[in-house]
Structures are given as structure tokens and as C-alpha cells.
Design a protein around this ligand. Structure first.
Ligand code: NAD
Length: 260
């Protein structure tokens, strides 16, 4: 379905980003990976699916490096057809104790990076398909783009901002073939959440399993983690012809969290 298209997924060396990159590659899209840590492992996972894969190590908190990454993707594959703004970090503290540099980092990586990648991807998307435009911009927000939680001021503010950016991107391009939507997961057991599980297990003196159950029990009625595979399938749906007129939604996949 996506053969010949190129998807750039930020923060795709791990977790949800890698899951979405795999799902798009399974549909035939070539992939540009980005993120820190092990690169060869994720590259091999994508290459095994029979598509082309490239990697750029831009730090998503740095606009100049994002510009270099977008130029690199265009040079490698012609243009970016599918942009998944996924890179994100978390920091947990009450506002009066929140380190200022952590606030700035969460805002830069979770929100401003999506603005920069989007502004740089849009011109080629709008010129695609003989000028009618074709593109898919998918922003990994969170259920925290829809509701708040204590001690997550920067994350909740950034994710609400990302939902707002999603709506404006969708509206500005509503008469074109370029759509923009947000995905809002509840708990997904990735390294980002494992750190919160570990912190809880440590401070409460309970097992990893018990800490997971506590985390779910507080917020997620289904008592189940959403998986990167589930989220990949939703991203594929947004890229399918059925997604042509889905514009500006913030689609939660959260086990009922935001329904309460
Ligand atoms: P993760 O920690 O497993 O992966 C984050 C990815 O971002 C990694 O590839 C990491 O290298 C990359 N990254 C971090 N800082 C970066 C930077 N400055 N520049 C480039 N890459 C950087 O986290 P995840 O859980 O897969 O989260 C992915 C996205 O999903 C985030 O935006 C997160 O907020 C969102 N999300 C996660 C959950 C969850 O429960 N895990 C829930 C809702 C939303």
C-alpha cells in the first residue's frame, strides 16, 4: 500500500517510534530512522522487511540539526511523504521543583521539534501528486494531550500544544492531499514508562509487576498496556486511502483513560 513512499519517524530507535516504523515498512514504505542509542539493531529490523532504510542522528531539540535531517531525507529518497513526529521525553516533578532546563528540553523535543519538522516537510508534500499534494503528518501526542496528571506540567503542556499544532496543520492544508492527525496513547510499556515503573517499585518497595498494576489501576480502566504494534496499525490506517478525509483528530488509544 505504501510502496514508493518514504516515512521519516523521529525517535524511532526504540519503543513506539520503532513500532510505527516497522508497521509502515511492512506496507512497503522506505524508512528514515532517527533517535539515540543502538542504531544498527533497528536498521536491521527495518531492512529485513525488504525496504530501504536510512538513519539520521539529529538531536530533535536543535532546529539546525532538524534542518540537516530533512535535507538528508530529501537527498536520500527525494522527499518525505509520511512524517511521524514521535520523539519525546518525560520528566516528573511538582511545578515548584521542576528544573527549568528540563522544562525547556521537554518543550523543545516534544513540541517545537514537530513544528520544525512539519514546516520543513510541508513544501514537498504540497507539491506532490502533480501539485494536488499528498502527505501524512502524524503527531505522537498522548492522552496527556487531552487530560492532565499531577507532576507532569511540561509533558502535559507540550502534548496539549501538539494537539493544537495538529489541528492548525490540518486546517491550513484541508483542501489538499496532506492530512495531519494526532495519536494519543495511554500507557505503553516502553523505556519511557519503564523508568516510571522502576521509580514506583523502588519508592514503594514493591515488585515490577505490582508497580505496573498500580500504574494501570490509577488511570487505565482496561488494565492493559497499549502496544507499539497497535499504534503502528493506527498510523497505517491514517496513511490508507480511508484516511483521506481524517483531518485534525486527536485519536486516543488509551484503554478508556480519557473516557472517565
Ligand atoms: P522511548 O523512550 O522508548 O523512545 C523515545 C525515542 O525518542 C527514542 O528513540 C529516543 O532515542 C528518542 N529521543 C529522545 N530524545 C531525543 C532527541 N533529543 N532527539 C532525537 N531523538 C530523541 O519512548 P516512547 O514511549 O516510545 O515514546 C515515544 C512517543 O510516544 C513520545 O513522544 C511519548 O511522549 C509518546 N507517548 C508515550 C507513551 C507511553 O506510555 N510510552 C504514552 C503516550 C505518549
Amino acid at each position: 500500500m505504501l510502496t514508493g513512499k518514504t516515512a521519516l519517524v523521529t525517535g524511532s530507535t526504540s519503543g513506539i517510534g520503532l513500532g510505527i516504523a516497522k508497521a509502515l515498512a511492512e506496507q512497503g514504505a522506505n524508512i528514515v530512522l532517527n533517535g539515540f542509542g543502538d542504531v544498527e539493531g533497528p536498521k536491521a529490523v527495518i531492512a529485513a522487511l525488504g525496504v530501504k532504510v536510512a538513519y539520521h542522528g539529529a538531536d530533535m531539540s536543535k532546529p539546525g540539526e532538524i534542518e540537516q535531517m530533512m535535507k538528508f531525507a530529501a537527498a536520500e529518497f527525494g522527499r518525505v511523504d509520511i512524517l511521524v513526529n514521535n520523539a519525546g521525553i518525560q520528566h516528573v516533578a511538582r511545578i515548584e521543583n521542576f528544573p527549568v532546563e528540563k522544562w525547556d528540553a521537554v518543550m523543545a523535543i516534544n513540541l517545537s521539534s514537530a513544528f520544525h519538522a512539519t514546516r520543513l516537510a510541508l513544501p514537498a508534500m504540497l507539491a506532490a501528486d502533480g501539485g494536488k499534494g499528498w502527505g501524512r503528518i502524524i503527531n505522537l501526542a498522548s492522552v496527556h494531550g487531552l487530560v492532565g496528571s499531577a507532576e507532569k506540567s511540561a509533558y502535559v503542556a507540550a502534548k496539549h500544544g501538539l494537539v493544537g499544532l495538529t489541528k492548525v496543520t490540518a486546517l491550513e492544508n484541508a483542501t489538499t492531499g496532506v492530512t495531519c492527525n494526532a495519536i494519543c496513547p495511554g500507557w505503553v510499556l516502553t523505556p519511557l514508562v519503564q523508568k516510571q515503573v522502576d521509580a514506583r517499585a523502588g519508592s514503594a518497595g514493591i515488585s515490577n509487576q505490582a508497580a505496573q498494576q498500580q500504574l494501570l489501576g490509577e488511570k487505565e480502566p482496561s488494565m492493559q498496556f497499549t502496544t507499539p504494534e497497535d499504534l503502528g496499525a493506527l498510523a497505517v490506517f491514517f496513511c490508507s486511502p480511508a484516511g483521506n478525509n481524517i483531518r485534525g483528530v486527536a485519536w486516543n488509544m488509551d484503554g478508556g483513560w480519557a473516557a472517565q
